[in-house]
Write a protein that binds this ligand. Structure first.
Ligand code: ZN
Length: 138
């Protein structure tokens, strides 16, 4: 069995950002030499997400507005912030969009449905954070 473990690092300019990481994951698959297998991509932090959706800027603005309605940013809004942090909203946003994705690898490529792309969702950025890419197959 072939396998590859790789970390992608981020340090976003804004507190909240969505970054398309599809091509980075595709490069890792090429490097692994895996033609048939599975690719796991997961955020290594509990205030960021990895998810699959459309790379369409209106939709990303919709995600932001919707998440802000569900879990608005605010120091005094969350019990978690009594611990001295200010990222209670970011933990909740991460939980909504999810921790990881698993994508099939077929003939050496990510086997997506129409319009599917992989995104890193940052909800408490402006510091170094990472994503794990784990590829297994043959
Ligand atoms: Zn926290």
């Amino acid at each position: 069995m072939k396998h590859l473990t790789q970390y992608l690092w981020f340090n976003t300019r804004n507190r909240q950002e969505f970054i398309n990481i599809t091509s980075e994951v595709g490069k890792a698959i090429a490097k692994s030499g895996v033609k048939e297998g599975l690719c796991l991509v997961n955020a290594m932090h509990i205030t960021s997400s990895v998810f699959i959706n459309d790379d369409e800027s209106g939709l990303h603005q919709d995600f932001s507005a919707w998440l802000e309605k569900l879990a608005p940013y605010g120091k005094d809004k969350y019990k978690h912030n009594l611990s001295g942090e200010d990222n209670g909203d970011a933990h909740l946003k991460r939980t909504v969009l999810g921790r990881e994705v698993v994508v099939a690898i077929t003939e050496g490529k990510l086997d997506f449905g129409p319009w599917e792309q992989i995104f890193y969702g940052e909800f408490d950025g402006q510091r170094k954070k990472r994503v794990l890419v784990k590829i297994i197959g043959e």
